[in-house]
Design a protein around this ligand. Structure first.
Ligand code: DSN
Length: 429
């Protein structure tokens, strides 16, 4: 039991070492990924994983939770302060369970939800037909405008008026522009619906002040903690105001306020013991996110995405919406005659990691779509500048424009290697 990992399980130990080298030697450009700090990882890999603590601070079903209570209280307080909300639940295991908990708290099976269509940039849990959200609720979807690929708030309003959802979900996984939370609030008010803002992708940008905050507008906010927020894998549910604006209409028989409804949806509704090591790591990440350096980081993520978008556009690649306001870019590769899958594979072969992705109104299927999605959160954490991102954009364009040219691929590999050497990752590990 006291053996180090390298002796106890050399197989897993060496796979971790190889994954570290893969992360170091490639350009990680999946927009939902990031490199969390060694301090966060120290909390995540701690003895806190040993403890059971079902319940909440001061109200646990197990003894011995003095320190766990203190940790969870710190995490909740930091989340409240950082986002400016009245209540925070830091126990969701990840983003999908967080969205599930909000629906479990606010809806009855069969109630109507309105969320962004997965194929147009939404998420499985925003009402996709095969997810719980599309099976246990009556899910209707909105999308983006066919021509501009932008959210069309008047079209969304019309669907909301017609379908009368009890919950509207805003937030996206593949939308390169700002989300107008005030417009969603107006629609939700007209439909007398709760508004859930899932800011998993953009939470770090909201903190940095480079994306508008949903706090003045949403009833509930969910976010993962491992994307632009740069923490451990995990999630939080934030309640801007505990007073429930639709209580008498939708929950007249319940004595619970919004925060209590959310908390009891997590436990006993959906989860048992919280992952205390994850809670502690979230607390550390929230401390980092409250620094001026983190605000600079968020600004750099967007500046880098825009430099990348400019380089790609100048080389003739077609970007959905024509560019980006946030951390991500969606390229439609149909004009180049290659598929998203082929692009993902050829970029993988030169150590650039992106993901194939549907573009809005894609005629092709999800596993072989027309586009790729790429972003700058991880490279910005490595210290990449706008000049570096222009170079990365040109490398990507070289490869996508001539995916079968071995000389181009060889030169791209050399350039990628050089960039990774200029920005070492985890030198302390
Ligand atoms: N899987 C995440 C993403 O890549 O956007 C969303 O949950």
């Amino acid at each position: 039991m006291s053996q180090p990992l390298s002796q106890l399980d050399p197989e897993i130990n060496s796979l971790i070492a190889e994954e570290l080298e893969r992360q170091r030697q490639g350009l990680e450009m999946i927009p939902s990924e990031n490199f969390t700090s060694p301090a966060v990882m120290a909390a995540l890999g701690s003895i806190l994983t040993n403890k059971y603590s079902e319940g909440y601070p001061g109200k646990r079903y197990y003894g011995g939770n003095k320190y766990i209570d203190a940790i969870e209280n710190i995490a909740r307080e930091r989340a409240r302060k950082l986002f400016g909300v009245e209540h925070a639940n830091v126990q969701p295991y990840s983003g999908s369970p967080a969205n599930q908990a909000v629906m479990f708290a606010l809806l009855k099976p069969g109630d109507t939800i309105l969320g962004m269509e997965l194929a147009q940039g939404g998420h499985l849990t925003h009402g996709y037909k095969l997810s719980f959200s599309g099976r246990y609720y009556r899910a209707v979807n909105y999308g983006v405008d066919k021509k501009t690929h932008l959210l069309d708030y008047e079209a969304i309003r019309k669907i909301a008026i017609q379908e009368k959802p009890k919950l509207i979900v805003c937030g996206a996984t593949a939308y390169p522009r700002l989300i107008d939370f005030a417009a969603f609030r107006k629609i939700a008010d007209e439909a007398q619906a709760y508004l859930l803002a899932d800011i998993s992708h953009i939470a770090g940008l909201v903190i940095a002040g480079v994306h508008p905050s949903p706090v003045p507008y949403a009833d509930v906010i969910t976010t993962t903690t491992h994307k632009t927020l740069r923490g451990p894998r995990g999630a939080m549910i934030l309640v801007p105001k505990i007073a429930d604006r639709w209580h008498d209409i939708h929950h007249a028989t319940s004595k619970k306020n919004l925060a209590e409804m959310i908390d009891s949806a997590i436990i006993p509704g959906l989860q048992g013991g919280p992952h205390n090591h994850q809670t502690a790591a979230i607390a550390v990440a929230l401390k980092e996110a409250a620094t001026p350096q983190f605000a600079d980081y968020g600004k750099a993520v967007v500046a880098n995405a825009q430099a990348l978008a400019t380089a790609l556009t100048e080389r003739g690649l077609a970007l959905s919406t024509g560019g980006t306001d946030n951390h991500l870019i969606l390229i439609d590769l149909a004009p180049q005659g290659i598929t998203g899958k082929e692009a993902e594979n050829v970029l993988d072969s030169i150590d650039i990691t992106v993901n194939k992705n549907l573009v809005p109104y894609d005629p092709k299927p999800p596993l072989d779509p027309s586009g790729i999605r790429l972003g700058t959160p991880a490279l910005t954490s490595r210290g990449f500048t706008t000049e570096d991102m222009s170079q990365v954009g040109n490398i990507i364009a070289d490869v996508l424009l001539q995916p079968k040219n071995e000389e181009v691929l060889a030169s791209a590999r050399v350039q990628v290697k050089k960039l990774t050497q200029q920005h070492p990752l985890y030198p302390e590990l």
